[in-house]
Design a protein. Sequence first.
Length: 251
Amino acid sequence: MNFGLQGKTALVTGASQGIGRTTARLLALEGVTVVGVARRKDLVEELAGEVTDLNGGKIIALQGDFSIDGEAERVATEATRLLGQVDILINAAGGSRPVPFDASKEEWLEGMTLNFFRIRELTHAIVPGMQARNWGRIVTFTGTSEPRMLNAAFTAKAAVHVWAKALSREVAPNGVTVNCLQPGRIRTEQIQKRYPTLESELEYSRQEIPVGRFGTTEEIAAVALFLSSQLASYVTGTVIPVDGGSSRFAF
């Protein structure tokens, strides 16, 4: 499908692996010039070499470590310099942070920093340019609303949902949309560590996922592309699960 994204620019974090990597690749194949950010810049450079310029798109690798204070603002500045402007922001950096009941303040702060504070800082650095041009798309990959354990990342992602909803109302008059995508069991490096064998994956799928299988990164990245397009101009302030029907809440 042609999403009408040719000629747009995008900043994608977490572009070295998993959902972020696939989203960066699909955007580039749609004709988008993408700055892909990751700690492992070499992996993004490999991805850039795999993308053809069939539609004029390409990937530019940028090293970034969001554990560092001030890094979000630096990445925003550098990406804007490389692209001229940022039309689309895909927040895909982050990671699970299971914590015990007696976890330290430092453990909680680390999980919240990576999975909420840096996302907010980067987005707030990019948004003014979008507002000035009266067009922009922000898509953030978040996490479950049905936690089974204490996890600093889950708490941070819940904060992202509330912040993103409020931000969507703030920037809607400027043609900027803000949406969140909740991945279910998508085959990524993190998920494969939890389900290392086909048997363990199938067992979970039989019990918890109505469609009976794990999802692919392409299946959730395709939704991100739709939300990044003009076709989704009336979709904002949403949290959309992409989980094969495994979430149990109705609304």
